[in-house]
Design a protein around this ligand. Structure first.
Ligand code: NI
Length: 266
């Protein structure tokens, strides 16, 4: 089953680096040519029945993943869950969904119009997790979403793809300290998300995370092309629990700030 998992994440990685070239370069910089273990991969979706969190998760449950944690982000109107594989070197997967019904009628209508363009069985596509933007959207609708929910705007433009991959610092050969990883990245000219501080979390909460700011890439809207934030790369260091095992969960307060790595204004 890990062959299937590896094959799936290879496809997702290729799609991701197409619009996130910095991740490919940082992968080389931190891994020094050797392979990197991913701590997790993150997804975004709407809670609409055709494409909700559970529909994405179906693809993971089929290859040996199990649900391991649930999270709520009230201000961003998101629900999230994380999934783990029995082989701990396979990436965890963090999936969030936007609670569409909590938004204004105007926003609900724009999102409803996107999802209505999809066939009912869209989530059954074997490539659903790397199928990209499957609907048409105008730049004005994108801007309307952006004014209310950066998350909704990003999803409307980029669709089904990894929002970020995350390097497991615990598994790097040449690095052990997130501060050193961050300074290596900054010296190489990369910009980090400083919202909530460069490092989110600490050894007390058993998880430290940092991330780059998203790259920019061109998206074709129905009326024009625009260059907008694409995806970012994240770095995670985990600390052991009392039983000696590394903590495997997520820290909601840190994830809340990580979401902002795709902000246009950052
Ligand atoms: Ni993450």
């Amino acid at each position: 089953m890990t062959t299937q998992v590896t094959a799936l994440f290879d496809e997702i990685w290729q799609q991701y680096i197409d619009v996130t070239p910095s991740a490919k370069n940082i992968h080389q910089l931190l891994g020094n040519g050797s392979d990197i273990i991913n701590d997790h991969v993150a997804y975004r979706t709407f809670n609409s029945a055709k494409v909700n969190l559970a529909k994405l998760a179906t693809h993971l449950l089929a290859i040996g993943y199990t649900e391991c944690g649930q999270y709520d982000f009230a201000a961003k109107k998101l629900t999230a869950k994380h999934y783990e594989h029995s082989d701990s070197t396979m990436p965890k997967v963090f999936i969030s969904e936007l609670r569409v019904e909590e938004f204004s009628a105007e926003i609900q209508e724009i999102i409803g119009n996107l999802v209505s363009q999809l066939p009912d069985d869209v989530s059954e596509r074997s490539d659903f997790l790397y199928s990209g933007q499957l609907w048409n959207i105008s730049s004005t609708d994108y801007q309307t979403l952006l004014a209310t929910s950066e998350y909704a705007a990003w999803l409307s433009a980029w669709g089904y793809r990894a929002n970020h991959f995350t390097v497991s610092i615990n598994h790097l050969e040449n690095y052990d300290d997130i501060t050193v990883v961050n300074s290596t990245l900054k010296e190489a000219g990369y910009l980090l998300n400083t919202n909530g501080g460069e490092i989110k979390g600490d050894s007390e909460v058993k998880l430290e995370q940092s991330s780059t700011l998203a790259d920019k890439a061109k998206v074709t809207f129905t009326d024009k092309e625009m260059e907008i934030p694409s995806c970012f790369y994240e770095f995670a260091k985990r600390y052991p629990l009392a039983n000696g095992e590394l903590y495997t969960g997520f820290v909601a307060a840190s994830a809340d700030k990580i979401f902002d790595s795709t902000n246009v204004k950052s």
